[in-house]
Design a protein around this ligand. Structure first.
Ligand code: NDP
Length: 503
């Protein structure tokens, strides 16, 4: 059917402050995962567009007005971005719902909170200070400058496109860097709308923020290997992260990686049962389980196991599946067809491994509020931590319940995994809360809560869950590098063949 007849919205991408199609003229369709229908066309960019975008970002960084802008002016630019997001939060949320299938309630919460990142890092922009250092050679005046690393390449996954781009863009701009963003081919629309409504209106010089849409191999790899890109910030799967890291190492780029997870959500028998049940649900069924921090391994103390599982199943059974644009919906569709197949294949794997399916366990049809890409909220009990369903990231609404005897065993099972992104602890004992939190090998530990994030709190993974931290004051450091400056105010001379050390 011709595109005109289907009335697909046609997007262009944003390079050097201008809207442009892919040079090849190619586009690909993007789908509404709830209806299963294509609704827009996205430019299918490749190396040529990456080169243009990186050149534009390099010009903006090296010689354009951005390079001459004061840090205070950069901070104001970030605050303008924040204000524009506030104005368009609802529209941005709706686009993400249409393209990604995320719930409108979740998306509004995200887009209304997103400005805080730009206010926060905007405030930091002119508080990035170097340092004067008194070295042990009194005739020298020595200081350290903090300089932006340069052009940054951002690669983001399909599950939270706007939020995860924000975590990178806000500190990078505050530091004085410029950026080229490659969103996932499955969910590019919200970022393009963000460029149209926010970046293009924020009075930023051309080339400071650019977007190259396209596939990982055609657009992602040329960005990772481009010699003028100084840093890659990647969020995505662990295998892709390893590939990106390997490619980036060849040209010695700085790399930060936010990767997958298989987080333990640990329920002790001294917990508040109702809160813990709700926390377990939030850990695995929020965002249809398509979140890196999903609490997909639920560790339950054996003394309360049966009663806990009974309450959990009863609550999960009530979850309302349906149209993600409706506020009453609690579980939306899976975002992409490959992900849908992957989730169903893991359900089969779990059954084959002998796990006991006590809820769900397959596609959810129209009569259950579901549709094309819906999976029933699924709970397996009797899971052994060695099973694939316990060790591998499913990225869907599939929970593995694992029994433990005592604190020692809970910590051992929690840490017996390649990942280390998040963890939950449910207990009313302060001593146990602090003690277990200290022993868990993960970047974030939530006690009596789950899936809370803030611009103020560092976020990132231990082990195979990543490298570096986003958010919080420390994130700015990953977009800066130090330069040591030595000014000799004393006489010259000395032995030119000997290093100038003290003494
Ligand atoms: P992928 O790793 O498949 O893709 C992530 C991004 O990398 C996409 O933009 C993708 O493009 C691109 N890409 C793919 N191959 C390459 C390549 N060879 N070179 C450069 N770029 C490439 O992840 P998903 O999109 O499937 O996202 C889900 C994963 O993301 C999960 O594992 C999840 O845990 C993780 N994640 C981690 C988070 C964290 O903060 N730790 C947060 C959210 C998700 P394309 O889509 O076009 O293939």
């Amino acid at each position: 059917m011709p595109d005109g007849a289907r009335n697909l919205q046609k997007y262009e991408t944003y390079i050097d402050g201008k809207w442009t199609a892919a040079r090849s003229g190619k586009t690909f369709e993007t789908y509404n995962p709830y209806t299963g229908e294509a609704w827009a066309l996205i430019p299918d960019c490749a190396k040529e567009e990456v080169d243009l975008a990186v050149e534009a970002a390099a010009r903006a960084f090296e010689s354009g007005p951005w390079s001459k802008m004061t840090a205070t002016a950069r901070g104001k630019a970030l605050r303008r971005i924040a204000g524009l997001i506030e104005r368009h939060a609802e529209h941005l949320a709706q686009i993400e719902v249409r393209d990604n299938g995320k719930l409108i309630s979740e998306m509004l919460a995200q887009t209304k909170y997103m400005p805080e990142w730009y206010y926060y890092y905007g405030g930091i922009a002119d508080k990035i200070h170097g340092q004067v250092v008194s070295v042990d050679r009194p005739e020298h005046f020595t200081y350290i400058l903090k300089e932006p690393v340069g052009v940054c390449g951002f690669i983001t996954p399909w599950n939270s496109p706007l939020m995860l781009a924000t975590w990178k863009l806000a500190p990078a701009l505050a530091a004085g860097c410029t950026a080229v963003i490659k969103p996932s081919e499955y969910t590019s629309a919200s970022l393009l709308e963000f460029m149209r409504l926010v970046i293009a209106e924020a009075d930023l010089p051309p080339g400071v923020v650019n977007v190259v849409t396209g596939t990982g191999v055609n657009a992602g790899e040329p960005l990772v290997t481009h010699p003028k890109v100084a840093k890659i910030a990647f969020t995505g799967g662990t295998l892709t992260g390893a590939r990106v890291s390997e490619l980036a190492a060849k040209s010695f780029k700085k790399v930060s990686l936010e990767l997958g997870g298989k987080s333990p959500n640990i329920v002790f028998d001294d917990c508040n049962l109702e809160d813990a049940v709700s926390g377990a649900i939030s850990g695995i069924f929020a965002a249809t389980g398509q979140t890196c921090i999903a609490g997909s391994r639920l560790l339950v103390q054996e003394t309360i196991h049966d009663v806990f599982v009974e309450k959990l199943v009863a609550m999960a059974r009530q979850a309302r599946l349906g149209d993600p644009s409706k506020f009453e919906t609690q579980v939306g569709p899976v975002t992409t067809p490959p992900q849908y197949k992957k989730i169903l294949s893991y359900i089969d794997i779990a059954k084959g491994e002998g796990a006991n399916c006590v809820l769900g366990g397959g596609p959810a049809g129209k009569e259950e509020g579901g549709g094309t890409y819906f999976v029933k909220p699924t709970i397996f009990t009797g899971v052994d931590n060695k099973m694939r369903i316990a060790q591998e990231e499913v990225f869907g609404p599939v929970l593995s319940v694992i029994k433990f005897k005592d604190e020692e065993e809970a910590v051992r099972i929690a840490n017996d995994i390649a990942y280390g992104l998040g963890a939950g602890i449910w207990t009313q004992s302060v001593k146990r809360a602090h003690g277990v939190a200290a022993r868990i090998r993960a970047g974030t530990v939530w006690v009596n809560t789950y899936r809370a994030v803030s611009f103020l709190m560092p976020f990132g993974g231990y082990k195979a869950s990543g490298l570096g931290r986003e958010n919080g004051a420390e994130a700015i450091e990953s977009y800066l590098q130090s330069k040591s400056v030595w000014i000799n105010n004393g006489p010259g001379g000395g032995n030119p063949f000997v290093m100038k050390t003290s003494g």
